[in-house]
Design a protein around this ligand. Structure first.
Ligand code: DAH
Length: 345
């Protein structure tokens, strides 16, 4: 092996040993850089006789080409290796399990409301919605509870500026809905003809200054109203009993109408229920107020109490939901604790 072959081999070895592009460029400089070994050989040609210069010059050129080829190959190999590392680092493992999005669920109160709406809807009741900020007329006076009426003290009312209140019950919806209904059918009423019956429920939020395990300052009620010419207490009873059976998906219960007092009904009754089995078996539980709509309230709806008779009820939705889902503290509904809420998914 002559000195040039040895030099080529040496260059190949050093290039192969270069682990980075910078190492490789340093190795290149040692051979074909400005003062590299090959460059020095070229310079040495000047001292040779003409014939020898030719052959030696050609041999050195071959060497140089060989070194350059080795350099190019090594540069490519290093670039390929670097790309491979980068690709590996950026690789996506499509077989990894995805990050799942949690699925939400309806709040138990919402679910109870939807049940109530579906059940009364199936019995021909419309569903109405109304304002939570009420005025004195709808919340009290129109419901036969004028100022200084002792019944006003039954409600621990949130008063707000401008004479408004946060509605203490859903009963104001009786007046709001009936007035609209009467307006809509005014032509019939004026002509002395029968107006279509009012059959409506109004679920929603209500407010009172009250807070413990069974009372929350914001709670939910559903109001029911049925007004017509031939409605009677037995209709209210049958509708409500049917509702209870469907809501709790059982007929294994007793339901009683216990005489009571509300300013907007006469006579009035408290509706109590008692399960025939289960952990609450044998205990009377109050679920609703009810009664025959007071003649003054019928008048405030724009109707003649001599012709029209109405029945109404107002039930606590939170209470119904607690009984249905076996929840013993009302506050759980409003804490927003996922450990509780996810049980209803
Ligand atoms: N509004 C009453 C309350 O919150 C409940 C009630 C009683 C509503 C009798 C009615 C009714 O419609 O007829 O205590």
């Amino acid at each position: 092996m002559n000195d040039l072959d040895q030099l080529l081999q040496q260059a190949q070895t050093e290039f192969a040993a270069a682990a980075t592009p910078a190492d490789l460029e340093n190795a290149k400089a040692r051979f074909i850089g400005k003062s590299g070994r090959v460059t020095e050989l070229m310079k040495g040609l000047a001292a040779l006789p003409i014939e020898e210069k030719k052959t030696r010059g050609a041999e050195i050129n071959v060497l140089k080409t060989g070194i350059e080829a080795a350099l190019t190959a090594r540069r490519q190999a290093l670039a390929d290796a670097e790309l491979a590392i980068q690709l590996k680092a950026e690789a996506l493992d499509v077989t990894l399990p995805g990050r799942a999005r949690g699925t939400g669920g309806l709040h138990p109160i919402t679910r109870a409301m939807e049940r109530i709406e579906a059940i009364f809807g199936s019995m021909g009741f419309d569903v109405a919605d109304g304002p939570e900020i009420e005025n004195d007329w709808f919340n009290f006076t129109a419901l036969n509870t004028p100022e200084d009426h002792p019944a006003r003290s039954m409600h621990d009312t949130f008063y707000i500026e401008g004479g408004h209140v946060l509605r203490t019950h859903t009963s104001p919806m009786q007046i709001r809905y009936a007035v609209q209904h009467v307006k809509k059918h005014k032509h019939l009423i004026d002509a002395g003809k029968a107006m279509p019956e009012i059959r409506v429920i109004a679920p929603g939020r209500t407010y009172r200054v009250d807070s413990d395990a069974t009372h929350s300052p914001m709670f939910h009620q559903v109001e029911g109203l049925w007004v017509g010419e031939n409605v009677s207490f037995k209709d209210l009873k049958s509708v409500y009993v049917n509702f209870m059976h469907q809501f709790f998906e059982t007929t294994d219960m007793d339901i009683r109408f216990r005489p009571s007092y509300f300013p907007f009904t006469e006579p009035s009754a408290e509706i109590d229920m008692m399960f025939g089995s289960g952990p609450l078996k044998g205990r009377w539980l109050e679920v609703s107020g009810s009664g025959q709509v007071h003649p003054q309230v019928i008048r405030n709806m724009g109707l003649d109490p001599e012709r029209y008779i109405g029945f109404a009820f107002g039930s606590g939705i939170d209470r119904l939901a607690m009984l249905r889902y076996g929840v013993n503290d009302l506050r759980l509904f409003f804490d927003g604790d996922l450990r509780f809420l996810t049980q209803f998914k």
